[in-house]
Design a protein around this ligand. Structure first.
Ligand code: PLP
Length: 401
């Protein structure tokens, strides 16, 4: 079918790239050994620190998020090391599988794919480990397959309370730049992220924000590495250079995306995502469908995963929505394939974008013959109008002043 207007990319990453970012990248490639490049690189290194909320180094690889996962593992751990991970969903499972392939012994705390990682369970497990055999705790901040976030600040507190020296490695691939995240305050050792979600860029950049403790671990660990080696990066990075050809034009885009996030203000960015997520859940509840995440404290501000009623296939529904409304919704991944669809509401997303997306979902439910109560979009509008605390974002106040 021939569609008019823009495609609605409502998957939880890659997220839509703002026009401003597209224009910023529409530049000739420059010499990456030039002074002009060094200036660009230094600007994005400093800007990235603000987004990760760290004063330590942020390493930027030309890679997907998966590459940045690998960098976190190979720079800090050694073959045979034991780590504690939590089965929050598909991405936690993939990261676990990668660690196993690197010869890491992973203790994988089972999960039901409807919750974030439980800080109390982590605390209990660390308390048992009086010999400190666990070298790292590795969690996914925003589990993109389920729409449940993990409370990283509380997990940090669990480590502190037990006095356990394990490193803390966190995947913020779909949360950074959308959900409050504090690398330094939460004493995270490696924060993994990438470009195509909260940063609103095309795919192609992977990030590691690293603590001094992580950097020290990298000096003594025994894992072979070359491309991902932090020290190989940090030496030339100090002068604004890379050991190999960087993704130059994506770095132009990154500079612009960081400027956009800081102009809006991180607090406002986080509040906007929470509001849009709350309005989405209001619509889903009204439709009579179920949100996959069951703990309100862990609802994702980035995406909402919705369970299909029994007997209805989520992928068939997504196909109807794509054909009818030119909108891509996220598929169910892994264990929940065919059972859930995911509505992304991250990055370049405002009230009207969201209401357009929810309209597409509601029309799609009708077209696909999925039982539901109509009027969810109106309920979402009401939710956006409500004067609750979650709904009084600073950005509205600023917009008026
Ligand atoms: C998207 C995503 C990944 C994978 O990132 P790629 O860029 O596809 O390698 C990993 N973890 C989470 C939580 C994600 O959302």
């Amino acid at each position: 079918m021939q569609h008019q207007g823009r495609h609605f990319l409502q998957i939880p990453g890659p997220s839509p790239v703002p026009d401003r970012v597209l224009r910023a990248m529409d530049m000739p490639v420059i010499d990456h050994r030039s002074a002009q490049f060094a200036e660009l690189a230094k600007t994005v290194f400093q800007g990235s620190q603000k987004i990760f909320q760290t004063s330590g180094p942020v390493i930027i690889f030309p890679s997907s998020g998966t590459g940045a996962w690998e960098a976190a593992i190979v720079n800090t751990l050694s073959p045979g090391d034991k780590v504690l991970m939590v089965e929050t969903g598909h991405f936690a499972t993939l990261w676990r599988n990668m660690a196993v392939r690197w010869g890491i012994e992973v203790e994988f705390m089972p999960g039901d794919w409807r919750h974030g990682a439980d800080p109390a369970a982590i605390e209990a497990r660390l308390t048992q480990d009086s010999a400190h055999t666990i070298k790292a705790v590795m969690v996914v901040h925003n589990e993109t397959s389920t729409g449940a976030t993990s409370r990283v600040g509380e997990i940090r507190a669990a480590l502190d309370k037990t006095g356990h020296p394990a490193l803390l490695l966190v995947d913020t691939i779909s949360s950074l730049g959308s959900v409050d995240y504090r690398h330094d305050e939460w004493k995270v050792d490696v924060t993994v992220s990438c470009s195509q979600k909260g940063f609103m860029l095309p795919p192609g950049l992977g990030f590691n924000a690293i603590s001094e403790k992580a950097r020290a671990a990298a000096k003594t660990n025994r894992m072979p590495r070359s491309y991902w080696d932090w020290e190989e990066m940090l030496k030339p990075n100090a002068n604004g250079f890379f050991p190999y050809t960087p993704a130059t034009n994506l770095l132009y885009g990154l500079r612009e995306a960081i400027a956009m996030l800081l102009e809006e203000g991180l607090e406002n960015v986080f509040a906007r995502h929470k509001r849009l997520a709350a309005a989405t859940r209001a619509a889903v509840n009204h439709w009579g469908l179920e949100v996959l995440c069951v703990n309100p404290a862990e609802y994702s501000p980035v995406l909402t995963a919705v369970l299909m009623p029994p007997g209805h296939d989520a992928d068939q529904f997504r196909k109807v929505v794509l054909e009818r409304s030119n909108m891509s919704l996220g598929s169910g991944l892994g264990k929940v394939a065919g059972k859930v669809f995911r509505i992304g509401h991250l990055g370049e997303c405002n009230e009207l974008t969201l209401l357009g997306a929810l309209s597409g979902v509601e029309m799609g439910l009708a077209a696909a013959g999925v039982p539901h109560r109509s009027g969810g979009v109106e309920v979402a509008i009401k939710a956006l109008e409500e004067k609750t605390e979650a709904n009084s974002p600073v950005h509205l106040k600023i917009a008026k002043s």
